[in-house]
Ligand binder design. Sequence first.
Ligand SMILES: [Zn+2]
Length: 340
Amino acid sequence: MKKWTIGVDVGGTEVKFGLFDDKLQEKWSIPTNIQDKGAHILPEIAESVVERCRASGIHKEDLAGIGIGLPGPVLGGNIVKGCVNLGWAEIPVADELSRLLEAAFEQKEGNSSASVGMGTVIPVQAANDANVAALGEMWLGGGKNCTSLVMVTLGTGVGGGIVTDGHILDGVGGCAGEIGHIICVEEEDIVGSCNCGNRGCLEQIASATGIVNYSRHYLDKSDIPSILRDILKEKESFSAKDVLDAAKSGDGAAEQIVDKITMYLGRVLAGICLVVNPECILIGGGVSAAGEYLRARVEQKFREQAFPGIKDTAVRLAVLGNEAGIAGAAYMIQGKDSSL
Ligand SMILES: [Zn+2]
């Protein structure tokens, strides 16, 4: 029986791996080698997988397959349309990694497995990392027992992933779920331009960077006393966490800032839920470390702006943190198996 699945999550500095049966059994990581336009990344992933399998006594025939999450748009589970962080242009990642794994296993295990024939090709499935994280949360995290969910990731940027009927929604150009670039911010609250070139994207106000930029903009316009001004005087800067901590402690200005940010988040999520009508909304990413305080406010703003039929959509926190990627990557293979 093909018992094992490996989930791989490729980031700009680190490649994470997880060995799964029905749960995570082992995890490890290697540095992302971005030299030579990222040409070594896939060979080093294949090498690391084969090394770990050998160390754990797992043969090629025991592997159900490998899922891989990547920081860029992915089409048809295979073709990456450029990953700026990795130096990649267009690459058929799944085909390429499958071929490299064959070669690496053949070298390590000798000709015995190669002689088994074509039936032993290791299936590889690729997808965008934010979408994969949403799938991971559905399998083992905050979206457990759901088959559809919308996940918004509030980190340096704002990412997102949509799962419907247990499957990732990629879209024809791999752009489905790019929640951070939905334009929603009103002119008076916009600071500068978004990295995508547009103005007024959700990311500009709800990412860690966006929260800081908007907070400074708000403090410039207002006379309300705030701890944030004291932090600014002392350290010349403050973080998104400082803003959320100040709001939690009852700082009036920070509370108004969080009120505005969660209003935009709630508005965007209400719009998405009217299209997808998922079982739950998950909030993840570094900013979600603000926990129940943030969740409750997003839920309230969501309900205030949601169409009656979707008001009861559950709003939860993501729980897997940076393991969501490896879990979702593994589930791309496992989920396929269980639906057959
Ligand atoms: Zn944008």
